[in-house]
Design a protein around this ligand. Structure first.
Ligand code: GLN
Length: 475
């Protein structure tokens, strides 16, 4: 049978599967057929699993028995830094080529309980370092809307799979914007949950105080379904929050804060115009929009590029040529270590390890790392203060639409793409990117994202606001 899967939602697939209009096997096969045609161009999947049909058969049996849940039989894509037992996983790095995961990440375990169908692992910037997916050791991912442009990063493969019609939804990870920014560039929804809302157990650690597994979906409702499936306290992650924490945070948002002074940073005029139009429409729906200050937010990039490399340099020390993946022969263990890391890690990863090691080294830790921790706290307090005045904060997700591949060779220019998303990770609060119309570049309608930010545990308010934008059906 043939049916159009390119815009299929979880909600619609659930209805059709339950109504027996098609089976999970047929749905999975339709995805495999489309991937066959499109993936060599997009390069969104690094691997399509060999047991997709078997997973779908199990899901069909569950549906036949009437025991199905929201995600039973739904085909989803998984970023290549989330562990699935018995499957290869590489963080798009040569250093992990051939490595097979020995256990399931908690998010995977939870999705397996629902018999979700995992289609394959998606391409990404190596070790989640980047904003364009050009830093993958396995080639860049193309933006499905304009192949000359990047899909964003680091979860570019997951975003492109959902936008390109080859996964109904996907998992990514967001440390500084890696789900919201590619969601904005590809025209899909991306949610970065409250730090601790989702277990990090089995997510390859980049910067542990910032990382969150995060869903991509075609609608806000679908993003919520995926979030609900993966969230919750986990004994294996001591930073995961108790479920009761979220129950007390339900509040209907009414007031939206806009950090006007901060929004000038590298802002494209067309993006700003679309943002203002959207705010005007929200006003028309009865929301109050006020200006707020986030005085320390302009320091967020500098702070992030100290804390993130510091944590990453420590986390990546485990890739020693002995315990995981690649091992290059050497005269002794130090020689093996040096050669494996020199050959296995790409240039961006090496750059960050160097920066991280430097900012933590004796004599410099006080000047850089400790100072960054202090400023991080000031950023967190800016948000706390703002949230005494407003229910949510709105910004464009990114100051520009998707840029062209090769356009940002200068690492600092690349880092600037995350100016509006990074403060959210530093503060540990939740943020969402929802499509906010398009701008025309080179004859293509390139999508833009609106970012909403809420206090800790305020995901409900983010969904409410994003659904308001979704209803506007902005073109
Ligand atoms: N682009 C940012 C970086 O390179 C964020 C990455 C991420 O969120 N994983 O660090």
């Amino acid at each position: 049978m043939t049916f159009d899967i390119s815009k299929l939602t979880i909600v619609e697939a659930r209805r059709a599967l339950d109504a027996k209009e098609y089976s999970a096997v047929e749905l999975a096969q339709a995805h495999l057929d489309t991937i066959q045609k499109q993936n060599s161009e997009l390069n969104a999947y690094l691997e399509v699993y060999d047991d997709v049909i078997a997973q779908a058969e199990t899901a069909d049996a569950v549906i036949a028995s009437g025991q199905q849940q929201a995600l039973t039989g739904i085909p989803i894509a998984v970023k290549d830094n989330i562990l699935i037992r018995g499957k290869r996983v590489s963080s798009a790095s040569k250093i992990l080529e051939g490595y097979v995961a020995s256990y399931d990440a908690t998010v995977i375990e939870r999705l397996k309980k629902q018999n979700t169908v995992f289609i394959g692992r998606t391409n990404m910037d190596e070790f989640a370092m980047g904003s364009s997916t050009e830093h993958s050791a396995f080639g860049r991912v193309k933006n499905p809307i304009d192949p000359a442009r990047v899909p964003g990063g680091s979860s570019g493969g997951s975003a492109a799979a959902v936008a390109g019609g080859i996964a109904v939804a996907a998992l990514g990870s967001d440390t500084g914007g890696s789900v919201r920014q590619p969601a904005a560039f590809c025209g899909v929804v991306g949610l970065k949950p409250t730090y601790g809302a989702v277990s990090r157990f089995g997510l390859m650690a980049m910067a542990s105080s910032l990382d969150q597994v995060s869903p991509f979906a075609r609608t806000v409702k679908d993003a919520r379904l995926l979030f609900d499936a993966i969230r919750g306290r986990d004994a294996n992650d001591s930073t995961s929050l108790p479920d009761e924490f979220f129950a007390t945070k339900k509040k209907q948002p009414k007031t939206i804060g806009v950090p006007r002074a901060f929004l000038t940073e590298g802002m494209d005029a067309d993006v700003l115009a679309r943002f203002e139009e959207t705010l005007e429409k929200l006003r028309g729906e009865g929301y109050t929009v006020v200006d707020i200050e986030l005085p320390h937010a302009p320091y967020a990039l500098s702070v992030y590029y100290i804390i993130m490399p510091a944590e990453a340099s420590t986390n990546l020390a485990r890739y020693d040529g002995i315990r995981y993946g690649l091992s290059v022969e050497g005269a002794d263990s130090l020689d093996i270590y040096r050669k494996t890391r020199g050959q296995g890690f790409g240039p961006e990863v090496r750059r960050r390890i160097l920066i991280g090691t430097f900012v933590l080294s004796s004599g410099y830790a006080d000047a850089y790392y400790r100072k960054a921790i202090v400023v991080r706290d000031l950023i967190r307090k800016d948000f706390e203060k703002a949230f005494t005045q407003v229910d949510v904060i709105a910004t464009p997700t990114v100051p520009t639409p998707a840029f062209r591949a090769g356009e940002k060779e200068d690492p600092i220019a690349m880092y600037a793409a995350d100016i509006f998303t990074i403060p959210v990770n530093l503060a540990g609060v939740p943020g969402i990117s929802v499509p906010m119309g398009t701008v025309v570049r080179d004859g293509n309608n390139l999508p833009l994202g609106m970012q909403f930010i809420a206090p800790h545990g305020g995901e409900d308010a983010l969904f409410t606001m994003s659904e308001a934008i979704e209803r506007m059906a902005l073109q």
